[in-house]
Write a protein that binds this ligand. Sequence first.
Ligand SMILES: Cc1ncc(COP(=O)(O)O)c(C=O)c1O
Length: 480
Amino acid sequence: MFLVLDGRGDLYAQVARALRQAIEEGRLATGARLPSSRQLATDLGLSRNTVVTAYELLRAEHAIDSRQGSGNYVAVAPAPRGAAQTTQRTAAASRYSARMRRLPPLRLRPTLPQLRFDLQYGEPLVDPPLATAWRGALGRAVARCDLRYGPPAGQRELRAAISEHVARRRGIGCSADDVLVVGGAQQGLGLAARVLLDEGDAVAIEDPSYQLAEMALLAHGARLHATPVDGEGLCVSQLPAAGVPMILVTPSHQFPSGAVMSMARRRALLDYARHHDAWIVEDDYDGEFRFAGAPTPALRSLDDAGRVLYVGSFSKLLFPALRLGFIICPPGLHDDLIGAKLLADVGSPAIEQLALADLMRSGAFERHLRHATAELRRRRAALVDGLARHCARHVLVHDSGAGMHLVGWLPHWSAGDVEQLVQHALNRGLGLHSIGPHFRRSPAPAGLLLGYAGLSAKQLGAAAQLLGQCLEHARTDPLP
Ligand SMILES: Cc1ncc(COP(=O)(O)O)c(C=O)c1O
């Protein structure tokens, strides 16, 4: 433990003063366990008796508690003295910070009160057999992991498993060497921006789009060219005629509208990239979950000019807390991307990578995907049925038959009405999320982003019924 003694008076009093100060400054929190007297004596180069006396003094002041057989704990920790100052921000120290401060508040999900049902997008599908398999794989990974720094591009076995997986499921021909393991798609997008863009460069993004990707690009200093999306995906004809260095797309399942990019648009986009030397970042966040029709091949699988960076994520395939994803690097950017990853964090955690490779090799991953696809199909059907039964007067569903969310458009509602609806539903224990903030164009069409992975089919049916009641009662004016 790190303590500085002030050299004034008896040693035991100096130790007690130093500990008291650490408690008052909040460096030792309420309930924190203090080192044993023997350990602290060794750390400070003092006799054990000195520390025992200091602890007794603090106990007498009720600053620490001792629990029989388990040691000494901080009893009270007054509010840290510097607290008021630490929350006060200094002027932005860099252009990056300044840009970040201009973004809307950064948060992953709203903190909502305890709700009966929350149709929040991004919730994981909880699968108990997966938890068991993961626990086993982690245990084995701990036992065999090389504890030295690993390869920055990722553990070899995981890169090999990923290259086989994307070949089988996404039609992408690549080798383990082309795979860069990253800390989730979010890091993949960030590394792509670092390698491809200078401050002020333009990036074409879809409108609507995924907000965290958009914010990462804005913080990086990119200028966004919002390009509309229709039922066939990105409107390629509306990309800037002069070209852009980077285009970020979600062709397999446009986020959040759900459109699947048509083959004609895919070809047009690849032609555009080739013609303008643009890089396409393909965010395939949930492309594996298709419930109807043949799976669409990844854009990357059609790219013979080496212009596509394919970004994959295990957040939807497994769970978001894993924080693992990958880039299938185009040959021309391979070394730059790996270099950027090394400089960012020296490589992703090895134990989780080995555990994931184990899961993928053992067949447990495939089993989970089969189970998750069947369960998501069931949940989606329950929500679609519920919406048809209880909400059809208001809600138009675009069912793309894929992923973990769908959009309930509200053609007769305004943005203000949707806000009112969200509040009304919240008061009745239903969490709803407007699609409005995902649009850059204004006014944004009214609609709800309905995530269904985190609720059972039964709960989704009940949530749809409750939504139907909210839709009938939230508006004070009648439908046109
Ligand atoms: C469209 C889209 N892209 C990227 C991501 C980020 O994935 P990750 O958790 O791997 O960073 C998400 C997560 O929900 C997403 O919806």
